[in-house]
Design a protein around this ligand. Structure first.
Ligand code: EPU
Length: 337
């Protein structure tokens, strides 16, 4: 346990203040000890994974930050499927590679995403036509207010676009996640970027071939230099009514629309920022919208969380002025109760 630890190095954004108390947990017992400690000191407890979707306020976190370091990965056969059982702190990329070594399908489209499997479950990570929810079986959790164990199944996890039960019920700390993967070939390569690569002649038959292709697509957008921090897409793509989508499509005929099962329409915010608002590369001081993907906010060394947040608000204001859409952040403010 340490006091007054700067959290910036524990996040990919690289900005923000200190944790009042910082504890690293390598076992479930250490998580339980941290829960007891926080309760005795009457402090809030905030679990931290790889810090890849977080904005830490400059004022820091007035509580106990618990870095989840448990990272074992195990396999279990279940009929035709294979279950992968991973500790919450296991790196998502390691899980993707391990699944691929076993020639298991299900998460190959999600290659190249930073973070841990615990964070990936909270966030229901998604990319290239897949999301974590498709393979999630259950998560084992500890309730941080009572210390009790609870298993949350896929149905209970209530996954939706970049959200889950875990996001709305912060009292549960995920300790282990089980995914159901398949040995049978089910390549999912309809997402435009992947379809294009396939049509150009790249074989996309095995998890490993798809992983290589996805990482290559992502690598064109990254890496940023070491002087720059980011948490990936800062905003969610807006999900709007059919009527609003139709009226936007009249003004912006090329705006990519993704109809949802419930009749609503997801629209590409990157496109709006790029073509409707010409904000690619737009900057205020050390914060800017990334040139290669304007949904990404980049903070140069020396930027503050306050600047990042004010910049994001300015972008949201401009999107609202141009379209009437209230955009939501995907990146979370860390330490908020
Ligand atoms: N576009 C532009 N200009 C650009 C970049 C993109 O106009 O500079 C338009 C293009 O029309 C493109 C469309 O935006 O076809 C979509 O772009 P992209 O495929 O990069 O996807 P996205 O909708 O911006 C989402 C996820 C990403 C995920 C990608 C790929 C969200 C908020 N973001 O981005 O996830 O990797 O799809 O599947 O849903 C993340 O959540 O942090 C994240 C990176």
């Amino acid at each position: 346990m340490k006091e007054r630890v700067s959290l910036a190095p524990f996040t990919t954004f690289g900005v923000g203040g200190e944790a009042r108390i910082f504890i690293e947990a390598r076992t479930e017992e250490e998580i339980q000890e941290a829960i007891t400690y926080a309760r005795e000191c009457n402090l809030q407890l905030y679990p931290l994974g790889a810090g890849s979707n977080l904005l830490v306020p400059d004022a820091g976190v007035d509580g106990v930050v618990l870095k989840i370091m448990l990272d074992d990965i195990a396999f279990e056969n279940d009929g035709d499927d294979t279950l992968i059982i991973a500790d919450a702190g296991a790196r998502w990329e390691k899980i993707v590679d391990t699944a691929s070594e076993h020639e298991l399908f299900g998460i190959e489209n999600l290659a190249g995403i930073p973070g841990t499997i615990g964070g990936a479950s909270v966030q229901n990570i998604g990319a290239y036509g897949a999301e974590l929810a498709n393979t999630f079986e259950y998560a084992d959790c500890i309730n941080k207010t009572t210390g009790a164990h609870k298993r949350i199944t896929r149905t209970e996890a209530a996954f939706a676009y970049r959200t889950s039960f875990f996001k709305t019920h912060r009292e549960f700390i995920i300790t282990r996640v089980t995914l159901r993967l398949s040995k049978h070939a089910t390549p999912n390569i309809t997402y435009p970027d992947l379809a294009r690569v396939y049509e150009a002649g790249t074989p996309l038959r095995t998890p490993s071939e798809i992983i290589i292709a996805v990482r290559a697509i992502r690598a064109k957008k990254f890496p940023l230099s070491i002087e720059e921090g980011t948490a990936g897409s800062f905003f969610k793509n807006p999900v709007i009514s059919r009527e609003l989508a139709d009226s936007l499509a009249l003004r912006f005929p090329d705006l990519p629309l993704f109809p949802q099962e419930d009749g609503s329409v997801k629209i590409s915010l990157a496109w709006l920022l790029d073509y409707a608002l010409s904000l690619k590369g737009f900057s205020i001081n050390k914060v800017r919208l990334y040139e290669k993907q304007p949904l990404i906010i980049v903070a140069r060394t020396g930027a503050t969380a306050t600047e990042v947040s004010a910049f994001a608000d300015e972008i949201a204001k401009r999107v609202f002025a141009a379209t009437g859409i209230v955009i939501e952040r995907e990146v979370e403010t860390f330490g908020a109760k």
